[in-house]
Design a protein around this ligand. Structure first.
Ligand code: ADP
Ligand code: MG
Length: 399
């Protein structure tokens, strides 16, 4: 789960981390009120969307000359006019894709006099099973280009979970940032605070870009992005409350309401599978047959007829779907229950795309009979390879 920049900063401040003062705003009036609470005379109005690259982003509705999603304002009136221009419009950044994201929240924050911008992030490194620090002197808006063109300017190291954060980790961060004196000490303290925040909140990614050195020699977090391990959210109701579902894919939000593991992908073949491993294998075999999956969907071990129906509808909401492959191994789940769900859902949505079903396991004969007697044009398959070949052929035939 992701949260907004202002929420991440409020969270980090609780761990003693230095962030500029600021207030979130949902309307122009709130933005003005927020600015009036700040000392001024320099303000920054920042679009709050779950995507980076806002500074260099462009608003769809405004001309090419219009400013992006991070704007400097020199008076309260300036904050007001910028807020008016940004709210309700669509910001397109390198991370949003062409559709962009509608800006419904702003963050009005203190303008900081920046001497230098740095990069600092923590993430779960799956290769080592540890938390990794990623550090660079080249912070700001182009870290992806730095990683691509001059990877030697990025330092990475991991922390052994048994020992936890040690003073030498702090020194390694400060050294990688090439900081001296007080700034060096501040970086060591900050590294420990970030690590503590990361662990305490079950974070999966915490990115500070930029971390800045101010003209008066302070290290300040100027932008913050945090993602959390969804499986650990039950331990953090306060963080769960920060969820902004308007920023998420509507189909994924609906799926989570039914406790379905659904991830939208770019292909045209919808998949409904039970078990994450089988779902992965199903996507692989679709690709092996020259097509691409439209989604990952694991309906889980004990799915009910209602859940299967919901899953079916969610798959079909994606206009790119040109065919559906159902691949179910009935172990705990019974094939006849699945078949009932499929038939009910196909009738309900007046299914217009080809449907291939591969059932195996408990009550498979009853399940197949339900499909065969449904009067619907359901293609039955015998094994995984057969199913993939059939759905790819059916979609080609229909095109
Ligand atoms: P994004 O990464 O989405 O583009 P950032 O928050 O990193 O958004 O802002 C982009 C740039 O705008 C920063 O690299 C920094 O130069 C400038 N900036 C952001 N916030 C402030 C601020 N409070 N004061 C001064 N400059 C800022
Ligand atoms: Mg940034």
């Amino acid at each position: 789960m992701n949260i907004h920049e202002y929420q991440a900063k409020e969270l980090l401040a609780k761990f003693g981390i230095a962030v500029p003062a600021g207030h979130a705003a949902l309307s122009v009036d709130e933005a003005v009120a927020a600015a009036k609470q700040l000392p001024g005379p320099l303000y920054v109005v920042k679009a709050q969307i779950h995507a980076g690259g806002r500074g260099k982003g462009k608003f769809k509705e405004l001309g090419a000359e219009a400013k992006g999603g991070v704007r400097l304002a020199k008076s309260v009136e300036d904050v007001e006019s910028n807020a008016r221009e940004m709210l309700g419009n669509t910001l397109v950044t390198v991370q949003t894709g062409d559709v962009g994201k509608e800006v419904n929240r702003l963050y009005v924050t203190d303008g900081v006099d920046i001497a230098k911008e740095y990069y600092l992030s923590l993430l779960v490194d799956r290769a080592t099973g540890r938390i990794a620090f990623v550090v660079s002197t080249e912070g700001g808006m182009d870290i992806e280009a730095v990683a691509h063109d001059t990877p030697e300017k990025i330092t990475t190291f991991t922390v052994d979970p048994a020992g936890g954060f040690q003073p030498h980790h702090g020194r390694a961060v400060a050294f990688a940032l090439k900081l001296k004196g007080s700034l060096n000490k501040q970086a060591q303290v900050l590294a420990k605070q970030l690590y503590d925040a990361f662990i305490a909140t079950d974070c999966s990614m915490l990115e500070i870009n930029p971390l800045v050195e101010t003209d008066d020699g302070k290290l300040v977090v100027l932008d913050a992005k945090m993602s959390f391990d969804s499986n650990a959210l039950y331990r953090h109701p306060d963080i769960e409350a920060l969820r902004d579902t308007t920023e998420e894919d509507p189909a994924e939000v609906e799926a989570s309401e039914y406790d379905l593991a659904y991830i939208k992908l770019d292909g045209n073949i919808g998949c409904m599978v039970n078990g994450a491993g089988l779902a992965m294998a199903t996507m692989d075999i679709i690709k092996l047959n020259g097509a691409f999956p439209a989604n990952f969907l694991d309906v889980g071990g004990g799915a009910s007829r209602e859940k299967v129906t919901a899953a079916f509808k969610i798959i079909l909401k994606d206009p790119a779907v040109e065919g559906i492959l159902v691949n179910i191994f009935g172990g705990i789940m019974k094939c006849d229950v699945i078949a009932d769900g499929i038939v009910a859902a196909a009738r309900d949505v007046n299914l217009q795309v080809p449907l291939v079903v591969r059932l195996e396991g408990t009550n498979v004969e009853q399940g197949k009979a339900i499909l065969d007697n449904s009067g619907l044009a359901i293609v039955s398959a015998d094994d995984l390879g057969d199913a993939a070949r059939k759905i790819v052929a059916e979609v080609k035939k229909a095109a």
